[in-house]
Design a protein around this ligand. Structure first.
Ligand code: C5P
Length: 234
């Protein structure tokens, strides 16, 4: 079986819940995203335990953003975890991205472009001169030239970014919603999993459309994960 394109966002600070979600979805999912909330609660040891128990790959979503030397040292601290992906903010600039790349041995430095929570008006207010689309394209270009090998962007930006980055770059997108859930929460500019994949995504970060099924039990959550993967190939 080929690798699952869905990365599950394990957005919880409860260790047993994280473990249970992973166990429930492991048949359909190969990569799990653990973020700052989890890392600040359980540290590197918690990440290592999850990786060892599940045998899955880890997407370590720390969104590092600081001066190059600090980012280099921070990335080096988590290198022993060998996460498959480690996020940094592309807005930290070329030297910062390149510092992160130099600090890891087997990790894809993953540059987060414009946060999907920011509207064009927010960018203007912050002093950015261009639209979110143009800014995301510029950030992706800079980050990949500096050595980032994966990009996080909105599904609506995939095509434009694809056109300017090397083919080998992995495009990862959150903000994906199955057609039966569009508009049901705070993710507003969404695409379905199948649409995002045909727009050129390699991986889709999905959280609540799967994790919210936990309240219905392990089998319901497993079925939802498998249904979403099937919907991509449908
Ligand atoms: O629950 P949901 O499917 O919305 O989860 C999406 C995940 O992707 C969350 O972990 C969220 O923090 C993350 N994310 C996002 N938008 C970005 C970057 C990351 O929604 N631009």
């Amino acid at each position: 079986m080929s690798e699952s394109p869905i990365i599950l966002a394990v957005d919880t600070s409860d260790f047993d819940t994280a473990r249970a979600w992973i166990e429930a979805t492991r048949e359909s999912i190969d990569v799990y995203k653990l973020g700052l909330e989890f890392f600040l609660t359980f540290g590197a040891k918690g990440i290592q335990t999850i990786a060892d128990e599940s045998g899955a790959s880890i997407f370590l979503d720390l969104k590092l953003h600081d001066i190059p030397n600090t980012v280099k040292k921070s990335a080096a601290v988590v290198d022993h975890l060998h996460p498959r992906f480690l996020t940094v903010h592309a807005s930290g600039g070329a030297a910062m991205v390149s510092a992160a790349v130099s600090a890891v041995t087997s990790t894809s430095i993953t540059a987060v472009t414009v946060l999907t929570s920011l509207a064009d008006s927010d960018l203007l207010e912050l002093g950015y001169a261009k639209s979110s689309l143009e800014t995301a394209v510029a950030m992706a270009r800079v980050a990949t030239s500096a050595g980032a090998t994966s990009i996080v962007c909105s599904p609506l930006e995939i095509e434009a970014i694809r056109a300017v980055v090397p083919r080998t770059v992995s495009m990862i997108t959150p903000g994906v919603r199955p057609s039966d859930e569009a508009g049901s929460d705070d993710q507003v500019r969404t695409m379905t999993p199948a649409q995002a994949m045909s727009a050129g995504a390699n991986f889709l970060v999905v959280g609540r459309p799967i994790t919210s099924r936990w309240s219905e039990g392990k089998a319901a959550m497993a079925a939802r994960a498998s249904q979403l993967v099937a919907s991509i190939y449908g």
